[in-house]
Write a protein that binds this ligand. Structure first.
Ligand SMILES: Nc1ncnc2c1ncn2[C@@H]1O[C@H](COP(=O)(O)OP(=O)(O)OP(=O)(O)O)[C@@H](O)[C@H]1O
Ligand SMILES: O=P(O)(O)OC[C@H]1O[C@](O)(CO)[C@@H](O)[C@@H]1O
Ligand SMILES: [Mg+2]
Length: 531
């Protein structure tokens, strides 16, 4: 079966643009496309049901349960915008590519493991360059902002947005907003050129600086309007993408020709829909170094325990992947999987067993794990950072103390515990080779989308293909390790640790996963990531 969504197998498909705006290239081009589709398949019929400029999701449905969760387009609320030929068509670097421009109908399936009688399910618009663009090169005034915590690869994304705009589209005017969202209204901007960003991908952090809090939508959009900015590239995590969604809404409300593109950044890998976030591989690689150190320490002394705390506020992906990669870990504790310390089947019992068997042990704990076990005095009740994220206590210090107390006071056993906290070292490194390539694709996809007039989208790979995903899909839930999935089972079988779950816990986890926060109309469920 071919990869195009409109193929013979899906004959007689009827597309309906249910509640979105005008087709991205205007009615004229859309009709041309319909004619093309008809001539190819002979039976495609398209009905445009209406044009609205509200913020309802743009859903396009077709036969056999096909659903496109489309992204907004400038022409949804500015219907008569002129278009221009894409300058890439004259670019010698791309002239040899057989089909460089993305077909208007290309979409990417969210679910790729299917049965023959299942509906086709949810799709997203494929990312990439379009034949026609909505901006002339000289008219583009772009800006880039980075928000939230650090992540390997931030500088690479910045570099590639600047270079992509410049080299592919001839855009000369790109501003860097300093210090996150608040920088729009309280800091100076810097001019970014291919020259000034040339080497930045070799450095960790973000050359633009970042911050938490300070999202003042009105002031931010005033600043965008006053500066004549018409493309906004926003790099950040879940909070940042929520902020980007509000900025997009305000821009649309004011009727501004400004494209808003989000690039998802999260070292915790907690952004849903996308395959994984940039910097994650680099972080896992660095985390492994800490685990190796913990293993060396633990194996060099009698009853040695190496304990490593890794980031992961709500999602334990870094801990899970670093554990799987390292093979030196005897126990991995993550926020998604409850555990307990005392009694039969508890952590203390397992530690003692391991020490007796091997003489040493390595434990990896994600920062958000076991928070419910910390006593109220240790839990920082209601303490939040400037963005409203709950501040966590150091579970690593707490558990180290509990283990030491247990073995010295109750078991009268000498143990040697070394606690390693490499969290900020892992975040502050430059991205590795594969993340650098990934960052480049993300940046270029974002640039292509904005130039083509798409807006209100986050870019990211879905089953290996880059796609434009509407903000609401990114913002409605959080990607978490599914403890009833194969990946967690692989981890349990690699460490041989107890699952700490009672039959009741398992039943509840299964129930939770059967009723995810997003149950899609066609019966498909969200959250099918990293299996
Ligand atoms: N619901 C929201 N609406 C508008 N802005 C928000 C919202 N949540 C967060 N923000 C803004 O987004 C920015 C970044 O948010 P936050 O500090 O939570 O980091 P993040 O993007 O989630 O990244 P990280 O993965 O490091 O947590 C902050 O400036 C914050 O004010
Ligand atoms: O100390 P900061 O900068 O607030 O960042 C810590 C948080 O950032 C994250 O890495 C998310 O970016 C969390 O895992 C962690 O709790
Ligand atoms: Mg966040």
């Amino acid at each position: 079966m071919g990869s195009a969504p409109f193929n013979v197998g899906y004959a007689a498909a009827v597309l309906r643009l249910c509640c979105g705006g005008a087709p991205p290239d205007g009615d004229h081009r859309f009709k041309k496309k319909v004619a093309w589709s008809n001539s190819r398949n002979g039976f495609l019929e398209v009905a445009i049901m209406g044009v609205e400029s509200d913020s309802k999701p743009k859903i396009v449905t077709g036969e056999f349960g096909y659903t496109l969760e489309d992204v907004p387009h400038l022409s949804d609320y500015l219907p008569h915008l002129p278009t221009y030929p894409n300058p890439l068509q004259d670019n010698p670097a791309y002239s040899a590519v057989r089909q460089y421009f993305v077909d208007f109908d290309d979409t990417v399936a969210q679910k790729i493991v299917v049965h023959k009688d299942m509906p086709r399910g949810v799709h997203f618009r494929r990312a990439g360059p379009r034949q026609r663009v909505y901006f002339e090169s000289d008219d583009v005034h772009a800006c880039i902002v980075t928000c939230g915590g650090l992540c390997p690869g931030l500088n690479t994304v910045i570099r590639e947005i600047v270079c992509g705009l410049h080299h592919m589209y001839g855009v000369k005017s790109v501003l860097g907003i300093n210090g996150g969202y608040r920088g729009f209204y309280s800091k100076n901007t810097i001019s970014l050129t291919p020259n000034t960003v040339n080497d930045i991908h070799k450095r960790g952090g973000t050359v633009l600086g970042t911050s938490r809090g300070g999202h003042d939508t009105k002031k931010i959009v005033d600043s965008i309007q006053d500066r004549g900015i018409n493309q906004v590239y926003i790099i950040g995590g879940d909070g940042t993408q929520k902020g980007a969604a509000v900025i997009f809404e305000e821009i649309k409300r004011r009727g501004l020709k400004v494209a808003v593109a989000g690039i998802p950044k999260t070292i915790d890998n907690d952004i849903p829909v996308i395959d994984k976030s940039f910097g994650f591989d680099s972080a896992v690689e660095e985390a492994e170094r800490a685990i190796t150190a913990a293993h060396v320490e633990a194996t060099s002394i009698e009853n040695g325990i190496g304990l490593v705390k890794l980031m992961g506020r709500y999602s334990g992906f870094i801990a899970m992947y670093a554990t799987l990669a390292s093979r030196d870990v005897d126990c991995c504790l993550i926020p998604e999987s409850p555990f307990y310390l005392e009694g039969t089947g508890g952590l203390f019992e397992y530690i003692e067993k391991r020490l007796k068997e091997n003489g040493h042990m390595v434990i990896v704990i994600a920062e958000g794990a076991g928070q419910e076990l910390l006593s109220d005095s240790l839990r920082s009740i209601n303490q939040q950072d400037a963005s409203g994220n709950k501040l966590l206590q150091d579970v690593g210090l707490w558990i180290s103390q509990r283990i030491k107390d247990h073995f010295s006071k109750q078991r009268k056993m000498t143990i040697n515990l070394k606690y390693i906290d490499p969290t900020y070292m892992i975040r502050a490194i430059p991205s590795n080779a594969s993340d650098n390539v990934y960052c480049t694709l993300l940046a270029q996809s974002a640039v292509h989308g904005a130039m083509a007039g798409y807006t209100g989208f986050t870019v990211g790979p879905v089953n290996g293909r880059h796609a434009y995903i509407p903000f609401h899909r990114i913002n409605e839930n959080r990607n978490k390790v599914v403890i009833t999935d194969r990946m967690w089972a692989r981890l349990l079988s690699s460490t041989n640790q107890p699952s700490f779950l009672s039959p009741k816990d398992v039943t509840e986890a299964r129930k939770r996963e059967k009723a995810p926060s997003v149950l899609l109309e066609n019966g498909f469920v969200d959250g099918e990531h990293m299996k």
